[in-house]
Design a binder for this molecule. Structure first.
Ligand code: GTP
Ligand code: MG
Length: 242
């Protein structure tokens, strides 16, 4: 399996326009291809903000964010879509059909590829049950599909695009434990070779990650495997035991 998508943060500081204090303060880490990096931390710690710098919704005020050695600020919008697949915390759909939503990042994808992505994302059953299947219309904001279905469609959309970097922002917390496990097992194969970054709340979701970053107040305060952090990191222990 070819691997690519190495994400490197170097001493990144970022504050939202107009805000007084930075939300990320001196963040450095590397997320390696073929590995899963999990990010855990309390609400407001800066997890979503960190992902938004990878997908270049914002640029850092200081420091650099690079993918495979290229600064993300040098990637065009179109290029970005094929490099980074973000599954946002509040998943959204475009107005159109289920199929057009799934093809957003790769218009030439075949129906068979869409169904395969849906199968992995645990979404094939509910799409099959829709009267028009892939041609079923969804409205902007996706109000005629449930929150959980919207989430699965966004995961499938990212899979169809085959990016080098996958960013899952809290995509699994709302799933029941069995679906969560099944979904992540399939994802492991589908995303093999890419860099996977998962923001998560459940310990079962992050336990098997190759690397866990613990965030607190906009800084990375711990890094390691589950066992290492249990040994060494008070913040991690508090999160895991809460
Ligand atoms: P949870 O998703 O609740 O677990 O939090 P998080 O770790 O994802 O935090 P996030 O990155 O969303 O927010 C970090 C800080 O930035 C918080 O203090 C937010 O209030 C603030 N923040 C987030 N988004 C915005 C924004 O669009 N504008 C401004 N001004 N502040 C923001
Ligand atoms: Mg968040």
């Amino acid at each position: 399996v070819p691997t690519a998508g190495r994400v490197e943060f170097r001493d990144v500081t970022f504050g939202y326009p107009g805000a007084e204090r930075p939300v990320l303060d001196g963040v450095s880490f590397v997320a390696e291809p073929g590995q899963t990096t999990a990010i855990i931390g309390s609400t407001g710690a800066g997890k979503t903000t960190l992902l938004s710098l990878v997908s270049r919704q914002y640029d850092p005020q200081q420091g650099s964010v690079a993918i495979d050695g290229v600064s993300v600020s040098d990637l065009g919008r179109h290029e970005m879509a094929s490099v980074v697949g973000l599954i946002p915390q509040k998943p959204y759909l475009f107005s159109g059909t289920i199929g057009s939503n799934l093809r957003f990042g790769r218009p030439e994808a075949t129906d068979a590829e869409l169904w395969e992505a849906l199968r992995v994302a645990q979404g094939a059953d509910f799409v099959r049950e829709k009267t028009h299947g892939l041609d079923e219309r969804v409205s902007q904001g996706g109000t005629n599909v449930s929150g959980g279905q919207r989430q699965r469609l966004c995961i499938a959309r990212a899979l169809v695009a085959r990016p080098r970097v996958y960013l899952f922002d809290d995509s699994f917390s709302a799933l029941d434990v069995a679906t969560d496990a099944r979904l992540r097992e399939g994802l492991g194969e589908a995303t093999a070779g890419a860099t996977v970054i998962i923001v998560a709340q459940r310990v079962s979701t992050i336990r098997s990650a190759d690397q866990i970053l613990v965030m607190d107040g906009g800084a990375v305060v711990g890094r390691g495997t589950h066992d290492e952090l249990l040994e060494s990191n008070e913040t991690y222990r508090e999160i895991v035991e809460s």
